[in-house]
Design a protein around this ligand. Structure first.
Ligand code: 5GP
Ligand code: MN
Length: 346
């Protein structure tokens, strides 16, 4: 029913590596999102049914919304427990890297993974996978790692052991990486997979409420403040910018995840085709960008803001002050207008 993944050799290799390993470690990227955590929990749940000892390592703490996922509390936070995380990696017999393309995306765990003796597998949908894994299943056109993982599991003939819990994890990742199927979701096959996951018992409405419609009062107020007081719209350039200082974050008792989705909001304004959100952190500025259509925010992020990502969703870590980052963004507006026009003529 689904189109073939065309990864026969990799799938056979992966299946053999899973059969040979007992202790399996799954690693996901920094500031793990619903796709990373969903994929990790889904794979853990499936492999546990094969009696594997599966541990998930995240480079840092999970967003509050993701902590409600069953098993999320057992994920090892490598920032809080670096020694334990390193030991898990050293003792692993197989390391599966999900939803990231370069070891630099997993912080200090990256060095451990690079030198670990266990074979490594990469299953991901970001452009330009680094060459560190024996098995590399990389499909940048796919909407999410969870969608890809579903296809990988099917190719390994594990469809029947995807239970309700795993189905909910996979659907969580597909929903969060597509903004509840509002972008990056033109592939009709996505909906065949959704149908299969719902058939397995995944409660889409409940996931939607937990992932998209649950916010603390502080978070609601911070986002409203940001839009009211801190959003700059550059109509002639099709751009918008939101900057938030550390003081402002403190004023609203910011916790990680409170500004999730904020960068998308200016795209609601007709004519705005790309949007940037700059958040002051200790020693650097966290950059988040989103765009519509062909405007490549990943190029903007990789060339100027110390990062990368997808064409329509990218980010980075800018080494400098918030003011410098904002000035740089504003100074690039005329050049970006050219980039926008050239992408729209092609
Ligand atoms: P977000 O804006 O949600 O933090 O990130 C959106 C996407 O941008 C991520 O899925 C990832 O592909 C990319 N991204 C975010 N931050 C970074 C970063 O610091 N470095 C790189 N290379 N990519 C990033
Ligand atoms: Mn993803």
């Amino acid at each position: 029913m689904l189109t073939p993944l065309n990864e026969d050799k990799n799938i056979r290799h992966l299946r053999a590596l899973i059969d040979q390993a007992h202790r399996i470690v799954i690693t996901i990227h920094q500031a793990p999102d619903g796709d990373a955590v969903g994929a990790a929990l889904a794979l853990q749940s499936v492999l546990q049914q094969l009696d594997k000892d599966v541990r998930i390592i995240a480079p840092d703490a999970l967003l509050h919304s993701l902590m409600s996922l069953p098993g999320a509390k057992d994920i090892t936070d490598a920032t809080g427990y670096p020694e334990f995380a390193a030991q898990l990696v050293r003792e692993a017999e197989l390391i599966v890297c999900l939803d990231f393309n370069a070891l630099s995306r997993i912080g200090a765990v990256g060095a451990e993974v690079a030198t670990a003796s266990a074979p490594k597998v990469l299953i991901d949908h970001h452009l330009g996978p680094e060459d560190f894994a024996q098995v590399c299943i990389s499909h940048p056109k796919m909407c999410s790692t969870c969608f890809l993982l579903f296809k990988v599991l099917c190719a390994m003939e594990m469809f029947t052991i995807i239970d309700k819990a795993a189905a909910e994890f996979l659907l969580t990742g597909m929903m969060t990486d597509t903004g509840n199927f509002s972008y990056n979701c033109a592939d009709p096959e996505i909906y065949i997979v959704v149908a299969e996951l719902v058939r397995k018992g995944a409660d889409k409405e409940d996931i939607y409420r937990r992932m998209f419609e649950t916010h603390s009062e502080n978070s609601l107020r911070l986002n409203s403040y940001a839009l009211l007081k801190k959003m700059e719209v550059f109509a002639e350039y099709g751009a918008a910018l939101i900057t938030i200082t550390r003081d402002e974050l403190n004023r609203f008792h910011y916790v990680k995840g409170d500004t999730e989705g904020l960068v998308n909001r200016p795209l609601a304004i007709p004519g705005v085709v790309y949007s940037a959100f700059l958040r002051e952190e200790n020693g650097y500025v966290k950059v988040s960008m989103r765009s519509l259509g062909n405007f490549p925010v990943n190029e903007l992020c990789s060339e100027h803001f110390g990062g990368g990502g997808h064409k329509n969703a990218a980010g980075g870590e800018f080494r400098g002050t918030l003011q410098q980052a904002a000035e740089l963004f504003r100074s690039l507006l005329p050049t970006n207008k050219e980039l926008y026009l050239s992408n729209h003529q092609s």
